[in-house]
Design a protein around this ligand. Structure first.
Ligand SMILES: *Cc1c(COP(=O)(O)O)cnc(C)c1O
Length: 498
């Protein structure tokens, strides 16, 4: 299977090269040349299979230049019991007879990024081996929180690679900061940056574009790479759990063969919901996709009007992993929904670059609206949904998943559609314990991160996720702090390049 560019500006490459390269050098994203399809019978037979088996089935259809053994080793290593304790890997929890949550956060950092970032590094390392590059890879990550810790966990102690994470020193929660600064592994480096997330991201982007620096790296046998969410290697692992969750409904909840479900996803970069859409293109029976946003509702407006407009204020919310105005993976979706029309994609993304907005044609908008609904939840609605879901079902939602539940409730009320629905639950409530406690009526502030975890444990009756336990007792081992204009120096210092 070859991978082509959404903008028609690159010749087809094998999966390993698409994963190694990340994005198309001249702009554009890699997409598979064709989308493999499972028959209804193949989907029915997934019921009762282990997560690992379904993962192998999906991966081997897309990553045809990897051997079965390479894929199997990668999958077994990524989703081993020590890292994902539940037997199902992704448990599907019923709130009512037609509403289910797919818990995607039972990995090492208690958020859904682990689903991809445990597997992707293993695919990347094998891709590098295949290319017989004699250089050590340096992964650079700019993070607003969740991606950093998940990437550190995914890359730590892998051979032939170093990972350096930059986070805004004043812009992450205490729990998120501890998750990063206490991480072990001989090849992990973490730098707190004086500035906000945009400063971190711009600095890292500038480094990727700095040819002199790249030459200096090459002369020292290093090469930069990224673990960015537009990498196909991060997307393909996410397709798996839509099949495994559907299989789980077939197996345990009496879903009929071929019965369609709705899928609700709290969305930021459009990666998770795009994976659901690819599952649908592969044959998963889906009635409707519901795209849920927070106050940064650029996607809601787009799905309703056909105008994608980023010329608006960025809002900091209680669901910070969805605070995004440029949803990079939307480009892949538009490519697919227009019947793979690179001409349109080029025009729209040129408009976005030039004017900060683009508008799609009526026909494409109608095609999107035939299967997608978009809506958003305000901060207040998100808090209220956490409280009401707890009161009604004794189920504790994190703020991101609460955005999805609120948007689903609104959809249900306005449409009367009672199709069985799967909601992507993207983080453990403990990861955002402060906000959740406040939603449940506790006083804000005045507690350390550790005290918040203990308090939420008491109130929710849940166990603290293994990756968050004892965080308060661990000593930070990473203490680097740098100004945002000093990031290059920091990298050279870490790599001991003079
Ligand atoms: C990253 C993230 C999201 C958004 O996912 P996208 O794939 O970027 O749309 C939602 N919730 C949580 C907890 C996340 O970490």
């Amino acid at each position: 299977m070859k991978y082509i560019s959404t903008r028609g500006n690159f010749q087809g490459v094998e999966a390993a090269e698409a994963i190694r390269t990340g994005m198309v050098p001249a702009g554009g994203l890699f997409v598979p040349e064709e989308i493999p399809v499972f028959s209804l019978q193949e989907i029915r037979e997934m019921a009762g299979k282990k997560y690992h088996e379904i993962a192998l089935q999906v991966l081997e259809r897309f990553l045809t230049d990897y051997s079965r053994e390479e894929l199997n080793d990668s999958i077994q290593g990524a989703y081993e019991r020590r890292k994902f304790p539940p037997t199902e890997v992704v448990p599907v929890i019923g709130l009512t007879d037609n509403l289910y949550l797919m818990e995607l956060w039972h990995g090492p950092t208690a958020a859904f990024k682990d689903m991809a970032l445990q597997l992707m590094p293993r695919l990347l390392m094998r891709a590098i081996k295949k290319a017989e590059l004699k250089k050590e890879i340096v992964i650079l990550v700019a993070t607003s929180g969740d991606t950093g810790s998940a990437a550190l966990e995914g890359f730590k102690d892998l051979e032939g690679v170093k990972i350096i994470v930059f986070y805004p020193a004043e812009g992450v929660s205490e729990i998120q900061e501890l998750q990063m600064t206490t991480v072990d592994g001989k090849n992990t480096y973490v730098v707190g940056v004086k500035g906000n997330f945009d400063d971190c991201q711009s600095a890292v982007k500038a480094i990727f574009a700095d040819q002199d620096l790249k030459d200096l790296m090459a002369a020292n046998a290093y090469q930069f790479s990224s673990a960015n969410s537009i990498n196909w290697g991060r997307l393909v692992p996410q397709i798996v759990y839509y099949f495994s969750s559907y299989a789980s409904l077939l197996q345990k909840e009496g879903l009929a063969e071929g019965e369609k479900v709705n899928i609700v996803v709290p969305t930021g970069n459009f990666g998770n919901i795009l994976a659901a859409f690819y599952a649908y293109k592969m044959g998963l029976p889906v009635n409707r996709f519901i795209c849920a946003s927070n106050d940064n509702k650029v996607l809601t407006d787009f799905l309703n009007s056909g105008v994608y407009d980023i010329r608006r204020d960025f809002r900091k919310t209680i669901s910070p992993s969805m605070d995004i105005l440029i949803s990079s993976n939307l480009e892949r979706f538009l490519f697919e929904i227009t019947g793979r029309d690179s001409g349109k994609i080029n025009k729209w993304y040129q408009d976005l670059k030039d004017e900060g907005r683009f508008e799609i044609d009526k026909r494409t908008l109608a095609d999107i609206q035939a299967i997608f609904t978009g809506n958003y939840a305000t901060e207040e609605e998100t808090m209220k949904t956490i409280r009401e879901t707890f009161d009604k079902f004794q189920y504790t939602l994190d703020p991101h998943t609460a955005v999805a539940v609120d948007v689903y409730n609104k959809y249900r009320e306005s449409s009367n559609d009672d199709t069985i629905t799967l909601i992507a639950s993207t983080a453990s409530p403990f990861k955002f314990a402060g906000t959740v406690l406040q939603a449940l009526g506790q006083k804000a502030g005045g507690r350390t991160g550790e005290e918040e975890l203990q308090e939420l444990k008491k109130i929710s009756g849940l166990d603290i996720d293994p990756g968050l336990r004892d965080l308060g007792e661990k000593e930070p081992v990473h203490k680097r702090v740098a100004g945002h204009d000093r990031i290059t120096d920091e990298i050279l210092d870490i790599l001991q390049i003079k």
